[in-house]
Design a protein around this ligand. Structure first.
Ligand code: TXA
Ligand code: MG
Length: 341
């Protein structure tokens, strides 16, 4: 079921705006909000009917659970039944920020938020706008990324409106997102703890608090047919523009020579590659700087579609620091197609 053609209000994030958006949320509405990672499509985490509208507006598979957002630690007992010492240490180290913990599900959280699991993903964003909205609603807010399912996540209010104008109640018109890729997700219901989705809180940082953390195999590779995945979101097509994207792994010279030889597509490359390329270029940051890559990646992927590009060669990012998150999104937007030079 897809909802269409209601008026989507544009709300300015000021006192009156928070009140208006908070009231909408407290009454079963669905409202897109900025966070530091990507825009989220928020609804009351207590309200099954509102959550059903989120799934419908996104076209999201019902078995893919949503992340619940809180404004401060006093809200943590509203969403989880049990806060372990480990969870406390992680909260202290990484909240507020681009970091989500999968914890035992609290009783009041709607079953549909967790897609029937007995665990819930919880995040305290650093975005002050997001936290003001949560406070105004007086509720924990379930919020998946505010895109149509399968497309790159939205990092501006404009991206949200392109996907969801006419299908949601309102957009809180905030700034462009600083991080550019979704939060790091770890499971603390797994033993040892498990990295389900890499993000701007890096594996290296996580290891300082959780030395025995394991990386879920689905972070780097396609989950095998019929395999049970720890994070249901990882089995779906994701972050994909309409263009055929191919990841190319090699140094600067190898990559540029390969793309020039193919000559049938554009280059999604690093700024250091540009001078050697004879095809149109879409730059996504500096080769040794995962943060700049994360900031640019989804915007570049959306631009490929706006420009009606059919084929693109993406220079593979490194896999350390924030680069691991960039690699994870990039390989999936390539549908796991990769050329190794
Ligand atoms: O940065 C973010 O996390 C953004 C902003 C809006 O906060 N939100 C976001 O939500 O990316 P979403 O729904 O697009 O991604 C949620 C991810 C999915 O991969 C899902 O499978 C995983 O978190 N997840 C959520 N709850 C889970 C649970 N109980 N167990 C395992 N994985 C879970
Ligand atoms: Mg998403």
């Amino acid at each position: 079921m897809e909802e269409k053609e209601m008026e989507t209000k544009r709300i300015i994030p000021n006192q009156a705006g928070y009140k208006q958006a908070g009231d909408l949320l407290a009454n079963g509405g669905i409202v897109a909000m900025p966070t530091e990672t990507v825009y989220g499509l928020a609804a009351s985490a207590y309200d099954d009917a509102a959550i059903a509208r989120v799934f419908a507006a996104k076209g999201r598979p019902q078995d893919n659970p949503l992340i619940v957002h809180i404004a401060d630690l006093s809200m943590l007992p509203w969403v989880t039944s049990q806060v372990s010492e480990q969870a406390k240490r992680c909260a202290e180290a990484f909240w507020p920020g681009p970091f989500t913990m999968v914890l035992p599900k609290g009783e009041r959280i709607a079953d549909s938020v967790c897609a029937g699991l007995d665990s819930v993903g919880v995040r305290m964003p650093s975005s002050l706008i997001a936290r003001e909205l949560i406070r105004a609603a007086g509720l924990p807010l379930a919020a998946p990324s505010a895109n149509r399912s399968g497309l790159p996540s939205p990092i501006s209010a404009d991206h949200v409106l392109r996907d969801l104008d006419g299908s949601i109640d309102a957009v809180l018109m905030g700034p462009r997102c600083e991080v550019g890729v979704e939060s790091t997700v770890i499971s603390l219901t797994a033993h040892p703890p498990r990295l389900l989705r890499p993000g701007a809180v890096t594996l290296e940082q996580l290891k300082t608090v959780l030395p025995d953390i394991e990386v879920d195999p689905a972070v780097l590779d396609r989950p095998k047919e019929g395999e049970q995945v720890a994070s249901p979101g990882m089995k779906y097509k994701h972050y994909a523009p309409k263009a055929t994207l191919i990841m190319v792994e090699g140094d600067r010279e190898q990559y540029c020579r390969y793309v020039n030889e193919q000559a049938d597509g554009v280059a999604v490359c690093f700024k250091e590659d540009v001078a050697r390329l004879g095809v149109p270029v879409y730059c996504y940051g500096a080769s040794d700087d995962g943060r700049t890559q994360a900031y640019a990646l989804f915007e570049v992927l959306r631009r490929l579609d706006e420009d009606r590009i059919e084929k693109a060669y993406l220079h593979a990012p490194g896999q350390t620091g924030v680069g691991l998150a960039v690699y994870n999104r990039a390989i999936r937007s390539c549908g796991y197609r990769k050329v190794v030079l």
